[in-house]
Design a protein around this ligand. Structure first.
Ligand SMILES: Nc1nc(=O)c2c([nH]1)NC[C@@H]1CN(c3ccc(C(=O)N[C@@H](CCC(=O)O)C(=O)O)cc3)C=[N+]21
Length: 361
């Protein structure tokens, strides 16, 4: 790919004769090479130069030929950092009151992806000193059977968190099953009472759903201001989109939700300073949906066929990374972005639960 050489820059701005562009050109000569389009827009705004539609489109065209240079929001390394903090806290709790947190995971059926997630969760639990209890039930087990296991874990004081891996087989009623988890152990944060409290001002949920919590944690740890910013959440699922929008609102963002029935999703998304995409459509969000300088959190983890990959597929996000990383100021990769954070937040919620029930600060 061609780099954004100074020759390119000069051509970009002398090709148009309007005043702003000439002024922008001078500003650029002043600041030296510009790494990406958002840096360019920032530079222009600090010099007080208005960006006209005309200069804007030539800037965008120029940006499309530059190397990717948005800051990569490294979920994998932040998740590691968080696991180290959790590890420390668990040792402190064990040393002072002798309690070790416990997480129970119920897996029904033999979906390969679910088995992988459950295995990863178990490994992560071990890495921080959380006891994990796993129940694997066959695809054709009854809902009653699942409810019995939940009830047993509800009553077991060594279990501080209960996670029922989703999706459940089609013959089970997901609502019945999730409602059975007592809210004090609902580390997924899926119970309606937890979601209801999340939605209300001056109420506190016992647990915040892991994936949205992980998204916000990434924004915090990368120093992204949320207060007063425009945020767009793409997708309205109960487990990610909807709670992500509620959390952003609690952080004082102005939030819009874009979904499958939204007219002009591209126009609305392009107004956002912060985008959280959780739809499960590979490469749906194009560069043209993104405002220069915005921050993009890509929750999608979509397998796409890839004969060159050893597994026969590779994972891509909802966002077209190649395009977005030239326009955004920061972006999460897939894999290595939100995924590892989801698991770190599950461990965090399990620790919170164990601390709460034992009155340990
Ligand atoms: N009750 C329940 N709670 C969940 O939290 C839940 C669930 N059910 N069902 C399935 C989804 C999916 N999910 C993921 C967690 C981590 C990664 C993850 O760590 N992904 C790695 C890639 C892993 C790979 O390479 O295969 C990454 O993005 O870097 C992915 C997906 C949790 N889920």
């Amino acid at each position: 790919m061609a780099s954004f050489s100074s020759a390119t820059r000069v051509t970009t701005f002398t090709s148009t004769t309007d005043y702003c562009s000439r002024k922008a050109h001078r500003a650029l000569q002043h600041v030296g090479p510009v790494q990406n389009i958002s840096a360019l827009f920032r530079t222009l705004s600090t010099t007080g130069i208005a960006i006209t539609p005309r200069s804007s489109s030539s800037l965008l065209a120029a940006a499309m030929t530059t190397e990717a240079s948005a800051k990569v929001i490294d979920g994998k390394s932040v998740a590691k950092e968080i696991r180290d903090e959790i590890d420390f806290e668990i040792s402190r709790m064990k040393d002072s009151i002798g309690v070790v947190p416990g997480l129970a995971v119920i897996l029904v059926g033999d979906r390969k992806d679910s088995a992988t997630y459950v295995r990863n969760k178990k490994k992560s639990c071990e890495s921080v000193g959380i006891n994990s209890y796993e129940v694997r039930l066959s695809e054709d087990s009854s809902e009653q059977h699942v409810l019995e296991h939940i009830s047993r874990f509800n009553d077991d004081p060594s279990v501080h968190g209960i996670l029922v891996q989703l999706p459940l087989p089609p013959h089970m009623n997901e609502q019945n099953v999730l409602n059975a988890v007592c809210i004090e152990k609902d580390v997924d944060g899926f119970h309606p009472l937890n979601i209801g409290r999340l939605a209300m001002r001056d109420r506190e949920p016992l647990f915040v759903p892991c994936t949205p919590k992980g998204c916000i944690e990434l924004l915090h740890r990368y120093g992204v201001d949320i207060k007063g910013k425009r945020a767009v959440v793409i997708g309205r699922s109960n487990i990610v989109g909807m709670p992500a929008a509620l959390l952003l609102q609690r952080e004082d963002a102005t939030v819009s939700i874009v979904h499958s029935r939204t007219k002009n999703p591209e126009t609305i998304t392009r107004e956002a300073d912060i985008i959280i995409s959780a739809v499960g459509q590979p490469n749906m969000v194009k560069g043209s949906w993104i405002k220069p300088g915005s921050v993009v959190i890509d929750v999608g983890i979509n397998p796409v066929e890839d004969a060159k990959s050893p597994r026969g597929y590779r994972l891509v996000g909802d966002v077209c990374y190649a395009e977005a990383s030239k326009i955004a100021s920061a972006i999460t990769p897939v894999p290595g972005g939100v995924g590892p954070m989801t698991i770190a937040m599950l461990l965090s919620n399990t620790l919170i639960s164990a601390k709460r029930v034992n009155n340990f600060m």
